[in-house]
Design a protein around this ligand. Structure first.
Ligand code: GLN
Length: 468
């Protein structure tokens, strides 16, 4: 009953009276209810059904926005006025936001229907969505497996057809990795392309907001809508926003780089085979494939975990029990109140990162760790700058393995951190990256391929994916 290939087809069905938006929203609300075991949503906005009638009328009158009637879920680290904003943390479990994030406001301004807030790893720290005060999210392809993280709920909401699209955030892979584990498209834009106003800060020099979708047309439309300069975020860029949707179908041949460091030991055999198959297809359709090297790749994980924990330790200092969020009332003095509120409010992974970050910033270790990592970040960026002198795109696996079992890595943080081996480098360099679903392995689990481009060249990623 609710079959459409992309948003423009949906709009046409509504406009011609073949699809009722109210029924469509009801359908998604019922799907969320019947798939509750997936635990994809922290909060469902059942009253969004009230927006449907009005938007439907606008569509028929021809006055509706570009996203009219698109049903979208929002990761619970993004602020929406007078709605809960928990970051899946006990410390913000009862917190409500007093303003709306710019990216979300842009969706609302284009008449999207916001259906709820999705589960995620606490403060976006994790690769499995197991670090949530609301419990783990299940992978719809195999309920014993993780959906990836930290934007696990946003990926599952789209993969399990609980909405049309969603927003997630990506600091080190949190859009691309869950998109790969769930078999959908996910785009991490260039740093500064999308305003971070209203995004709860984790690693401020890494954080980005981006869309998940089941088709590339909707992904292009969403990134077009949420991009742009915002006076409320001084790091947002004034680069003009490209009309991605109308240039999407342009046929192009690409120069594609394959970095040898991303195809080394540790990569799952079936993922390697699936990517090689794509490479053969790309060659035979006229693209040029070039072997390249990104020599500092091995340092990306340590550099990422030094710099982001440092930034997190500072960003999360604001949760002290005094201003907002959870406060431990059974305390004898102010210091006790801070200590107990934070001890009980934060989960163990968040505490581990605050301690790591505090350590690398402390006198005596600052030069050895923090300053050195900043220098390595620069070298990693240079690797990409050099590569993009020769190629338009860099193609890699998105993840070293397909979705792993719930509980399999949660007791070993290092094992978990290694899941980010192919994704953190784009955040260190500030460049965009996309996950393209390219099939399934012998167990029926999705396989993802990553494409990266130079800064502000999201268009190439979208055109390439569309062509593929
Ligand atoms: N998995 C990575 C981490 O744990 C990335 C998180 C993210 O992108 N928000 O930090």
């Amino acid at each position: 009953m609710h079959k459409y290939k992309n948003h423009s087809e949906k709009l046409e069905l509504i406009r011609t009276g073949k699809l009722s938006l109210s029924e469509n929203v009801e359908y998604f609300l019922k799907r969320i209810e019947s798939e509750r075991q997936l635990n994809a949503f922290n909060f469902v906005f059942t009253d969004c059904i009230n927006d449907a009638g009005l938007i439907e009328k606008k569509i028929k009158e021809g006055t509706a926005g570009r996203l009219a009637g698109m049903v979208i879920a929002i990761k619970d680290v993004l602020a929406i006025k007078e709605k809960p904003l928990t970051c899946s943390s006990n410390i913000l479990k009862t917190f409500e936001s007093i303003y709306t994030a710019t990216a979300v406001q842009k969706l609302i301004d284009e008449d999207a229907v916001i259906i709820g807030k999705t589960n995620c790893d606490e403060f976006a720290m994790g690769s499995s969505n197991e670090n949530s005060v609301f419990g783990p999210v299940l992978n719809p392809h195999d309920n014993l497996r993780v959906p990836g993280g930290s934007s696990g709920g946003s990926a599952v909401a789209v993969a399990a057809n609980l909405c049309d699209a969603s927003l997630g955030t990506d600091t080190g892979g949190s859009i691309r990795q869950p998109a790969a584990f769930c078999g959908i498209f996910g785009l991490k834009p260039t740093y500064g392309r999308v305003s971070r106003y209203g995004l709860t800060a984790y690693g401020s020099s890494f954080d980005t907001i981006g869309p998940f979708a089941r088709n590339i047309d909707d992904l292009a439309l969403l990134i077009e809508v949420i991009s742009g300069l915002d006076e409320k975020d001084s790091t947002s860029s004034n680069q003009p926003v490209i009309d991605y949707t109308s240039s999407l179908k342009q046929k192009r041949n690409f120069k594609i780089g394959l970095p040898k460091e991303y195809f080394a030991e540790g990569l799952d055999r079936e993922i390697r085979d699936a990517i090689e198959e794509q490479i053969e297809r790309l060659k035979s359709s006229g693209n040029e494939i070039i072997d390249i090297s990104l020599p500092h790749t091995e340092y990306s994980i340590p550099t990422y975990y030094i710099l982001t924990t440092a930034e997190a330790s500072s960003n999360l200092a604001r949760y002290d029990g005094a201003h907002y969020g959870f406060r431990e009332k059974q305390s004898n003095n102010l210091n006790d109140m801070y200590r107990l509120s934070r001890s009980k409010g934060f989960g163990s992974e968040v505490k581990r990162r605050i301690m790591l970050g505090t350590y690398v910033l402390s006198a005596g270790y600052y030069d050895a760790y923090y300053r050195k990592a900043q220098k390595v970040r620069r070298l990693l960026k240079q690797d990409f700058d050099n590569a993009f002198k020769m190629v338009d795109l860099i193609l890699t696996p998105t993840t070293p393995t397909t979705a792993f079992k719930i509980g399999e890595k949660s007791t070993d943080p290092l094992e978990m951190y290694l899941m980010d081996i192919y994704t953190t480098s784009a955040n260190l360099a500030g460049i965009p990256g996309i996950n393209i679903p390219i099939g399934k392995n012998s167990e029926g689990l999705p396989i993802g391929m990553q494409a990266m481009s130079k800064e502000f060249d999201e268009l190439s990623l979208l055109q390439f994916s569309s062509q593929l």
